[in-house]
Write a new protein. Structure first.
Length: 458
């Protein structure tokens, strides 16, 4: 799809919003899950903390019975990452009791690290523990009055929080990736499905242009139905304008031909007079010019409205037989080789007029043989329509480059002994140009002239 494609714009904008929404949602969900995991971890720490506070608040128990594993074996394993510590802070030298896992190390005070006391009377923070471990720690001061003041701390390895969060992020990333792919595929389907009517209109207009249809037919969504109606109205209006132009051109032709015939008749009655002969000569030129320009106007009007499609091979074969009969007295052989799949995007009579002029000219100058070849040329550019190459060779004397340039100009002739007005090749050039084609002259392999006509195909 091209950069300016409407489908591209819809797809890219939908993709951009999808990525942004999924990214924001992923970050929010990951943050929420991390907070939830952290709260669950804190509840576990608080449970151990309350158990220790309960032990501290029972001073009549034997000292060697207090502060066992709290139901967690990791408190017994040295440097396991799970620690508790009770510090009596109302004496000159603080008395510290701790879990076996802490070994000979000590936990830091959260108050010294700036942790604020919460409404529940505790402090929570992340700290660096023994052996460089990252710990989540809870701390609470306890005042037992005459029994003393204590600072009770419990810490746990925050790897559990990190691992849980990371595992969730992996699952979340995989889920969102799959969801994103599904949503992108859904977006592609929606864009294609939503723009399908526009593609139908584009194909219908191409059919109109190529002559396969005359109007936009079918039902369209309400959003683009007005476009289809206006397009059909424009086609109808264009057809009416061209039809009126044809009528005016026809009227003009009749209006000019009548006085021109009178001039010719009057001059013909005095054929011996040099002045009358000159009038007859110029009247013939005028008649040829009028016929030429009227034909050009007719072709231009037809091409500008709707092109039709013509099978080339049957038209070429019909021309071959006709030209061979016309030039039978000179023994001219006309051969033809046409691609059966060749189609001309235009009307048959226009094709016959262009190719007929070329073949007739070749027969006039050929020694014995004329060869016609039709080739379908497929362009390398994607989406471009094929072209027709119609080649007409003869075995006559041929023409030099200067002579080729001269005969392609309107009315220029090299040999007045040959019949015709001299307008044949120039008519072919102009009619081919109206169809977006071209005519070139060169040397034929048989020694004569090669005329190569390029026309739009289908």
């Amino acid at each position: 799809m091209a950069a300016s494609s409407l489908a591209n714009r819809l797809f890219l904008s939908a993709t951009a919003w999808l990525v942004v929404i999924l990214a924001i949602t992923g970050v929010v969900l990951s943050s929420v899950y991390k907070d939830a995991t952290e709260r669950a971890f804190d509840r576990r720490l608080n449970l151990y903390l309350r158990t220790l506070i309960a032990e501290v608040a029972t001073p009549d128990e034997p000292p060697d019975r207090q502060f066992q594993s709290l139901g967690e074996p990791l408190f017994e394993l040295p440097l396991s990452g799970w620690y508790w510590q009770i510090t009596r802070i109302d004496t000159e030298k603080p008395e510290v009791r701790s879990s076996r896992s802490l070994w000979d190390k000590k936990l830091p005070k959260l108050e010294d690290q700036g942790a604020e006391l919460t409404a529940a009377g505790i402090r929570l923070a992340y700290v660096d523990g023994p052996e460089g471990q990252n710990l989540r720690m809870v701390e609470r001061p306890v005042d037992l009055g005459a029994d003393g003041k204590f600072l009770v701390s419990v810490a746990g390895d925050d790897t559990e929080i990190f691992d849980e969060t990371r595992s969730f992020d992996y699952y979340l990333g995989g889920t969102f990736t799959a969801l994103g792919i599904v949503l992108l595929l859904t977006t592609v389907f929606q864009v294609r499905f939503g723009l399908a009517p526009l593609k139908r209109i584009s194909e219908a207009i191409a059919d109109i242009r190529s002559g396969r249809a005359e109007r936009l037919e079918g039902e369209f969504p309400v959003e683009i139905a007005p476009l289809a109606r206006e397009t059909n109205a424009l086609i109808d209006a264009n057809r009416e304008i061209v039809e009126r132009a044809r009528t005016h051109v026809g009227n003009l032709a009749h209006a000019i031909k009548t006085p021109l015939s009178v001039i010719v008749n009057e001059a013909g009655a005095h054929a011996a007079d040099p002045f009358a002969a000159k009038v007859l000569e110029q009247a013939d030129v005028m008649r040829d010019q009028v016929t030429h320009h009227l034909e050009r106007a007719r072709i231009a009007a037809r091409v500008s409205v709707v092109a039709t499609v013509t099978e080339v091979a049957p038209a070429i074969e019909a021309l071959r037989r006709t030209m061979e009969k016309i030039h039978r007295d000179r023994g001219i052989t006309v051969e033809a080789k046409a691609d059966p799949s060749a189609k001309f995007r235009g009307e048959r009579q226009d094709l016959e007029e262009m190719v007929g002029n070329l073949v007739d000219n070749a027969c006039k100058w050929a020694a014995s043989r004329v060869f016609i070849e039709v080739v379908v040329q497929i362009p390398h550019q994607a989406g471009a329509s094929p072209h027709l190459r119609i080649i007409v060779d003869d075995d006559g004397r041929g023409l030099s480059e200067a002579e080729r340039a001269q005969v392609s100009r309107r009315g220029q002739r090299l040999d007045e002994s040959k019949p015709g007005s001299g307008l044949g090749l120039s008519i072919v050039v102009e009619l081919a140009a109206l169809y977006g084609g071209s005519l070139s002259l060169g040397a034929a392999p048989t020694g004569g002239l090669r005329a190569e006509l390029v026309l739009p195909g289908l």
